[in-house]
Every structure is written in structure tokens, then in C-alpha cells.
Ligand binder design. Structure first.
Ligand code: ZN
Ligand code: ZN
Length: 440
């Protein structure tokens, strides 16, 4: 929990284990911004780029080729030839196989072609701001300047670098939203980056993580189904009772390949199931995020297993099995379990990254006492926008019966409502605590 103390300075260079604090303070000057100086013209650049694209796409071609061949091996060799004596098995296997085949390719395609989520333009620093950062002469001045710039830009983040500064990407010259990281392969910052996957030739991030999960799921089901239904014919091959010519070799190999892939995908899939239930990306599994209070917390984004699942797969169960966008939120801000505020997606889904314009208001809803009396109070707070207020509302309760489950409706700074519980017996009169982290 003390990873936030890891910052340090070596000579005049401010070190940054996360690669988030760039400032080489020994090279000041308002003209040190490199934006626009990148990508010098080069006649070899374009052909090399195509070659690199082709090489990076090879794993995708490989997977597609294997699956294409498996279609022939399963449908032609197995269903049409080997299962010729059992039409019911042919029909059932044909239906299930084509369903899994379709879902697999749909998920795979969506993972490949869906942009994982880039940082919006309004999170990128202006030339003036980058020049101001470059001119900073100490770490403190640099952090201070970045903080002011971030405030001015309305970048609202809860995560910090290990030095306690806003997280900044010197390559993209942008402030990193919570959970965003820079991908050196994609050469850009990716929202809620999980990892760069060569098998899909794409980053796995906020916008395609659900598709990636479904891709793993359907790939696993596809392989298990093929292995299970071809096992009997695989055995018959060795007993020499499979007389379908050369097609039987396809059955042998499709069985072996499906078993091989089942073993490989199995652990990866369950590892990501675990990460989803923990609300953790692969990167966060290796390095816990640092929050505003300088504490590292692996559980920081976790809202409980089911809520974590819904954060990725969405609120509508009907959409869970399909690779269509249904993840909750905007990828820029996330509810977290450390702070007891803004922990509902009602507000997050509408967040546009701007600074709140209205103060927090706490409205005490009607509370029915044991005597049937109804009492209300209404308090308006204008202090710090993100704090759950101590409203002192209990004193306004009428009657002499203590309410057992009084609640308050807290309007956050975006004007969205959230219900919290009041527990006077635990926190004293007027104590307000959020009942739980709720995805609404
Ligand atoms: Zn970046
Ligand atoms: Zn990438």
C-alpha cells in the first residue's frame, strides 16, 4: 500500500517507473515541444509500414487459416462423410457447430476491428501547456504545472503516478484518463488498456474487452465441441473401421488440433474471467493502480464480482452473449470502491470529463417513522463537490421513533441522483454512509 512513495530523483532527472513523468528538467525552454517534428519524411517509410502491417497481421491469418481448415475438416470430412449413417447426429452437430463457428468469427472480427478506445482530443495538451511543462525546473514545479493544466482542461482523474502527479504520457502529450496506458505497438494511449494481443493484432482495451472475452469463450467452446464430437471417430480411425478415404486424416488432425487449442485457451480464458470478476486489467494485475491518497490498491476499481461483470458486459443480460457494445461507462472515468461517492454509472455514463458546475446537494427523502408520521428535510451543500455530506438531517426527523433504514438521495455534481443509507446508530446522528456501491 505504499507504492506511491516510489518516486525519486536521480541527479537532475526525475525518474518515472511508470513512464508517466517525463520532465527532463535539465532541458528547459519553451520551444522544446517535439510535436510536429515527428515522422520525418522518408521514402522507405511507407513500404516499411506496409511490411510491418503485414507481419503484424500474420497471427490473424494463421488463426483464420486454422479455423477455415477446421470448417472443411469438421463439416465435410466428419459430418458429411463420417457421420453418414447417423442423420440425427449430422443435423445436431451441424447446427451447434455452425452456431459456434458464427459466434467465434463474429467475436474475433469485432475484437480485431473495434478500436480499443483512444484518448479524446480534449485530454491532449496544447503547445503552450507542453512548453510550460518543459520549462519546469523541479519535480514539484512540474507536478504543480501539470495539475493546473489538468484542472484547466477539466481532466477529472482519481489515479495518480507513483510520484503523486497526474498521469501524463509524454509520447501522446496527453493526460492519461484513469486506467489508460500507452501501447508502444499501437503508439497511442488506450482507454482501460488490458494488453496488446498479437493474435488479434489489436490492443485489448475499454471498447473491445467484452469482444475479447467472448472471443476466448467461443474459441474454447468451439474447440471443446469439436474435440468431444470427433473423439469417437478418432478412436475408430485406430481400429481401422473408418473407411472414408483420405478424409479420415482430416478428422485425426482436427481432433488433435482442437485438443491442443483447448488446453492453450482454457487457462487464458479462466484467467480473464478472474480478472473480470476482480475488475482488474492484466496490467493492473501486475501493477496496482495508485490513487489520489497515494495508496496502491489492486481492489481499487472492484465493485463486487457481479457489478464488475456488468461493468464489462452491460446491464442487459440479453446482450451478454453477443459481441455488441454494451459495456458501461465512457472509458474515461470509473467508479471505484475507495471513495464513497460517484460510485454509480448513472453519472459516469454521462461524464464528459468537464469540471462539475453545480455543487453537491443532499436531499433527504421522506422518511416514515414508526408512528406513521412523515418528515422531510432538504439541505444544500456547496463545499467540496465530491464529498458525501454530513447533512444533519436526522435532527429534522419528527416523532420519537428511530428510523431503521433511512435513506438520502444525493445529487452529484452532474445532477444525478444516488441513494445512500443513513445509519444514525453507527455514525451518530446525521451520519451518512453510502449503502453500497450500486450500478444503477
Ligand atoms: Zn500515450
Ligand atoms: Zn496496442
Amino acid at each position: 500500500m505504499s507504492g506511491g512513495e516510489g518516486s525519486g530523483r536521480l541527479g537532475n532527472v526525475i525518474t518515472n517507473p511508470e513512464g508517466e513523468l517525463p520532465p527532463p528538467v535539465t532541458s528547459p525552454g519553451p520551444h522544446s515541444s517535439q510535436r510536429g517534428a515527428k515522422n520525418p519524411p522518408n521514402l522507405l517509410r511507407r513500404p516499411c509500414m506496409y511490411l510491418a502491417c503485414f507481419v503484424k497481421s500474420l497471427p490473424v491469418f494463421f488463426i483464420s487459416g486454422i479455423v477455415g481448415w477446421s470448417y472443411y475438416a469438421y463439416v465435410i470430412a466428419l459430418i458429411l462423410y463420417a457421420m453418414i449413417d447417423n442423420p440425427i447426429e449430422q443435423v445436431l452437430c451441424g447446427i451447434v457447430y455452425h452456431y459456434l463457428f458464427l459466434m467465434f468469427f463474429w467475436s474475433y472480427g469485432m475484437t480485431i476491428f473495434t478500436p480499443p478506445g483512444r484518448v479524446p482530443d480534449n485530454w491532449h495538451l496544447s503547445r503552450h501547456a507542453t512548453a510550460a511543462l518543459s520549462a519546469a525546473k523541479s519535480e514539484e514545479e512540474w507536478k504543480d504545472t501539470l495539475g493546473k493544466v489538468g484542472n484547466k482542461m477539466g481532466c477529472n482523474t482519481k489515479q495518480r503516478s507513483v510520484q503523486g502527479a497526474l498521469r501524463y504520457c509524454e509520447k501522446c502529450e496527453c493526460i492519461k484518463p484513469d486506467r489508460a496506458h500507452h501501447c508502444s505497438v499501437c503508439e497511442q494511449c488506450i482507454l482501460k488498456m488490458d494488453h496488446h494481443c498479437p493474435w488479434v493484432n489489436n490492443c485489448v482495451g475499454f471498447r473491445n474487452y467484452k469482444f475479447f472475452m467472448l472471443f476466448l469463450c467461443y474459441a474454447l467452446l468451439y474447440c471443446i465441441f469439436i474435440a468431444a464430437t470427433s473423439a469417437r471417430y478418432f478412436v475408430r480411425f485406430w481400429s481401422d473401421s473408418l473407411s472414408i478415404g483420405t478424409s479420415k486424416y482430416h478428422i485425426i488432425f482436427v481432433f488433435l488440433v482442437s485438443v491442443l487449442f483447448t488446453i492453450s485457451i482454457f487457462s487464458l480464458f479462466w484467467y480473464h474471467v478472474y480478472l473480470v470478476t476482480q475488475n482488474r486489467s492484466t496490467l493492473e494485475q501486475f501493477r496496482a493502480p495508485v490513487f489520489e491518497d497515494q495508496a496502491t490498491d489492486k481492489e481499487g476499481w472492484s465493485l463486487g464480482s457481479f457489478n464488475n461483470f456488468k461493468e464489462v458486459f452491460g446491464m442487459n443480460p440479453l446482450l451478454w452473449p453477443f459481441p455488441v457494445s454494451s459495456s458501461v461507462g465512457d472509458g474515461l472515468s470509473f467508479p471505484h470502491s475507495r471513495a464513497k461517492q460517484f460510485n454509480n454509472y448513472h453519472s459516469i455514463g454521462n461524464s464528459d470529463g468537464r469540471v462539475a458546475e453545480t455543487p453537491t446537494r443532499t436531499l433527504v427523502n421522506p422518511i416514515i417513522s414508526g408512528g406513521g408520521q412523515v418528515s422531510t428535510s432538504h439541505t444544500i451543500h456547496s463545499s467540496h463537490a465530491s464529498s458525501v455530506q454530513q447533512s444533519g438531517n436526522i435532527s429534522a426527523l419528527s416523532g420519537n421513533v428511530t428510523p431503521l433504514s433511512a435513506t438520502e438521495v444525493v445529487l452529484d455534481t452532474n445532477g444525478h441522483a444516488k441513494t445512500v443509507s443513513v445509519h444514525p446508530s453507527v455514525h451518530g446522528l446525521g451520519g451518512v454512509v453510502p449503502s453500497e456501491v450500486v450500478i444503477q
